[in-house]
Design a protein around this ligand. Structure first.
Ligand code: DON
Length: 310
């Protein structure tokens, strides 16, 4: 466990960033392919930083729950990796895809093995494997998030899950296609139900910054028990850096310089290993599905603090 330097903490830098972001509000558009997300106000903005000892700083809408969506893919990856270890990598790769998060094109060339665990195809494989091992992948996820955030009220948003389920043809196509290669164990409808529930988790910046803490603590959970080996925590951080923001991962690494994972609800989590974890929320997305104000805020954070992996 890394020693946290007592100081005024991150509050002043967060307030400065929120003030800067507030000068140009409302860039980008909320996701509309999941209708329940389309009504989000793109001017909302929240940001939280959690230190490894659980101290949290926040600004703006940092306590407001929002739809975590693909941010949850980090947690299901960690939960499955903790159980099956390297065997997982026979079923999903760890290379950037350079394609949109819901793309089908590489799957046929690559025999139903998705490029990485953060594109939808890869996340479906991870959730499928976690479900086989636990009997309740979404339940494992929510229990983990509640424990790490210290928020027992954290839960699924049934409306968002139903909305995505009703518009889930593309994920269904991905899952059926991979099943045809033998890379999905569970019946596809069971897997899709688990997956949309996983994506529908409603959590705040404070919740998600805290829940990501195990990646700053090199694999150690909030209660001091170990989820991942130090090496596995490094691997998850590395895959976040190279694949966490999809076909914008190069630009994200260039601007922010941290492992990060975005979701179409407008959230992004990021890790400064050994030092802190962050979560930022702004529902306006760019054309690649990443929060415009979220990337801008993380860019300012690493610039102002000098905290980056580079
Ligand atoms: O499966 C989907 O399309 C959504 N539930 C999650 C996608 C997502 O968050 C991509 N992230 N930027």
């Amino acid at each position: 466990m890394v020693t946290v330097t007592p100081s005024k903490g991150f509050q002043p830098v967060l307030e400065r960033i929120a003030e800067e972001i507030g000068r140009t509000p409302g860039h980008g558009r909320p996701a509309d392919y999941i209708p329940a997300l389309a009504a989000c106000d793109p001017r909302r903005f929240g940001m939280a930083v959690a230190e490894p000892d659980g101290t949290v700083y926040g600004v703006g809408d940092w306590r407001q729950p929002f739809s975590a969506q693909s941010v949850t893919k980090v947690f299901t990856l960690a939960l499955d990796l903790a159980r099956e270890g390297d065997a997982l990598w026979e079923h999903v790769g760890r290379e950037p895809s350079g394609n949109p998060f819901n793309s089908l094109v590489q799957l046929e060339y690559e025999n139903g093995i998705p490029r990485n665990p953060f594109i939808n195809a890869g996340a479906l494989v991870v959730t499928d494997r976690l479900h086989t091992r636990t009997g309740d992948a979404a339940g494992e996820l929510i229990a983990f998030l509640r424990a790490e955030s210290g928020n027992p009220g954290l839960t699924f948003d049934r409306e968002v899950a139903a909305s995505e389920a009703a518009h889930g043809d593309r994920n269904a196509a991905l899952a059926h296609f991979m099943a045809s290669y033998g890379n999905i164990d569970n019946p596809v409808p069971v897997l899709l139900d688990q997956y949309v529930r996983q994506c529908s988790v409603a959590a705040s910046c404070a919740d998600l910054a805290l829940a990501t803490g195990f990646l700053a603590r090199h694999g150690v959970r909030a209660d001091g028990t170990r989820l991942l080996s130090r090496s596995q925590a490094k691997q998850v951080n590395a895959v976040m850096l190279t694949c966490g923001t999809y076909d914008a991962a190069g630009e994200f690494a260039y601007r922010v310089g941290l492992p990060g994972k975005s979701g179409v609800g407008g959230g992004i989590i990021a890790v400064v290993p050994g030092r802190c974890t962050l979560c930022v929320w702004g529902p306006g997305l760019d054309e690649r599905g990443n929060s415009v104000s979220g990337v801008a805020a993380l860019d300012r954070f690493t610039t102002l603090t000098g905290l980056s992996v580079f």
